[in-house]
Design a binder for this molecule. Structure first.
Ligand code: ADP
Ligand code: ASP
Ligand code: MG
Length: 447
């Protein structure tokens, strides 16, 4: 019998009506064993973060308001779904009461550790999964029993061998007895059994990990758009579905801001040779994207992605005579702080790197000033043109440069993997650039 991993994102489980639709879709896959991976209901993870922040800022009333709204959302959904049994209500209340105790603790100390934040953030998926499993009448597996990670709270790294072991131990036997099992995305646990999370948007990654561990026949990512589109539809209304992509293309788009997929999702799927499809719960029979072994879009530009909140940090040293030593020292500073650098450009006397706006810029600047004069340009966005045949098609450069003519560009990089041309512009220009690139590549422009 085939086994599917079906992951449903926040909007897809965002209300009782949406959860009913999820049940329909799962039902439509009769004949396959199904592992249903769910995200928190839309907006709940954000509320949990805001709630915890409010408690840290000693704004107890505000924190409790957030909690009460979260509780009401789930209780109302349970009533609409007609699953509000004392047992199910009890499960919701238990999570809510635990959150309440934690809020009081945070308020008292004015401290919020990453470990505590993960425990709190995990409540979103724990709550939504109770509703989904309750409505579908199938067993609920606590993902923390299978998704073993390191203790890097807030963005933990999965331990693949352990996940395989625990999947065989806890998930496989359940699948023997039941056709459908529900579990949570995003959450896991470390060796000390503390709750961890895989980072924001991490439910996709959970689906990738589980699909690889059980050697599923397919990982279906169900979301609110018809697959991976040629650009973010919120920015480019003419964006359309990309039907076939390679794992590399999907990973590259995701890491350059295509939020539809968590960047790490495809790696485990690729390693296990499991195809991934991305589909819309609003149009279950509509268009979708397929990423599968040996496939490629076969295009110079398959899609364009954009990531905001980028800064460019430049270090200038007039007498950069020992260039090799200089770069080693520079990257050592980033490396020791665990800061990942995106794009890099070097000139005779300066090095510029792009970083996330939330990097510890002040501390970095202090340290880097030992090497040279540091300057930071903020409010930037990185834009990436991605396609398997990009490097083999010189016209892509021409099309790109014509489309961005007149827009100030800070930094350009052609990825070493040869499928990505990325550059940085001011954030205020980014949407305009996206639209003109999209017109050039996908709306009758030359390619
Ligand atoms: P989910 O909650 O289902 O995980 P997300 O909000 O994380 O959904 O991701 C889906 C969203 O990703 C879409 O609604 C869309 O706005 C955004 N997005 C950004 N870039 C793309 C793209 N290239 N293709 C499709 N969606 C994209
Ligand atoms: N609920 C988590 C988030 O909002 C994980 C996910 O939705 O993928 O980040
Ligand atoms: Mg997502």
């Amino acid at each position: 019998m085939t086994t599917l991993v079906m992951k449903f994102g926040g909007t897809s489980v965002g209300s009782a009506a949406r959860i009913k639709e999820v049940a329909h879709i799962v039902e439509s896959r009769q004949g396959a064993k199904r592992v249903v991976v769910v995200s928190a209901m839309a907006g709940v993870t954000n509320s949990l973060f805001e709630m915890a922040e409010a408690a840290r800022g000693h704004n107890l009333d505000k924190a409790l308001q957030f909690l009460s709204r979260i509780e009401q959302t789930h209780l109302e959904a349970s009533r609409s779904l007609e699953v509000a049994t004392p047992d199910l209500i009890g499960q919701i209340k238990e999570i809510v009461e635990n959150l309440q105790r934690r809020i009081h603790g945070i308020d008292l100390l004015g401290e919020l550790s990453l470990r505590t934040m993960d425990e709190i953030a995990s409540a979103g998926e724990r709550l939504s999964s109770i509703l989904v499993a309750g409505f579908m009448g199938c067993p609920l597996l606590d993902a923390r029993h299978v998704i073993r990670t390191d203790s890097h709270f807030g963005g933990a790294h999965p331990k693949l061998a352990a996940i395989k072991k625990f999947t065989a131990l806890h998930l496989a036997p359940l699948l023997e007895s039941y056709d459908v099992i529900v579990t949570q995305g995003y959450i896991g646990s470390d060796d000390a059994n503390d709750t961890t999370t895989l980072g924001r948007g991490g439910s996709d990654y959970s689906a990738g990990l589980l699909g690889a561990a059980i050697q599923a026949s397919e990982i279906e990512i169900w979301t609110d758009v018809e697959g991976i589109l040629t650009a973010d539809p919120r920015v480019v209304s003419a964006a359309r579905t990309v039907e076939i992509l390679s794992y590399d293309e999907a990973a590259e788009l995701a890491s350059y801001g295509a939020k539809v997929l968590h960047p790490a999702t495809v790696r485990p799927a690729l390693d296990a040779g499991v195809p991934v499809t991305i589909r819309s719960t609003f149009k279950p029979n509509g268009m979708f994207s397929t990423i599968s072994p040996g496939e490629s879009s076969g295009r110079p530009c398959v899609a364009i992605a954009m990531r905001r909140n980028v800064v460019i940090l430049s270090v200038t040293q007039e007498s950069m005579t020992d260039q090799a030593g200089f770069l080693a020292k520079l990257f050592d500073i980033f490396g020791r702080r665990g800061i990942s650098v995106d794009l890099v450009s070097t000139s005779e006397i300066s090095v510029s790197v792009s970083l996330d706006r939330n990097a510890p810029l002040e501390a970095l600047t202090q340290e880097l000033e030992k090497l040279g004069k540091v300057s930071i340009a903020s409010d930037r966005a990185v834009i990436a043109v991605v396609g398997d045949l990009l490097r083999k098609t010189p016209e892509v450069l021409h099309t790109t440069f014509v489309a961005i003519d007149g827009i100030p560009v800070d930094l350009i990089s052609m990825g070493a993997n040869a499928i990505n041309l990325s550059f940085i512009v001011q954030e205020q220009d980014a949407e305009r650039v996206m639209r003109s690139l999209h017109t050039a590549f996908f709306e009758g422009g030359t390619q």
